[in-house]
Unconditional design. Structure first.
Length: 74
């Protein structure tokens, strides 16, 4: 894995930990960890908070059409 991908992965994990799960260990989050249900257990408010956090962290905007349950993995 390239350094850039690792950096992005770590930044996403940082957003999850800082905004949603301060007591979770970074090692518990993988790119296959579901956001909803048995994974991180986020509800709709948690998912929205994650989206806002990612938009701020990466200076991007997600289009509403990109938001669906099939995209619920990090």
């Amino acid at each position: 894995m390239s350094g850039e991908v690792v950096s992005i992965d770590n930044r996403v994990k940082k957003v999850i930990i800082e905004r949603l799960k301060p007591n979770i260990n970074v090692a518990e989050i993988s790119k296959n960890t579901p956001l909803i249900g048995k994974g991180l257990g986020l509800d709709s408010v948690g998912v929205l908070e994650l989206v806002v956090g990612l938009e701020q962290e990466f200076s991007i905007m997600f289009d509403d059409s990109e938001m669906n349950i099939e995209s619920s993995r990090i």
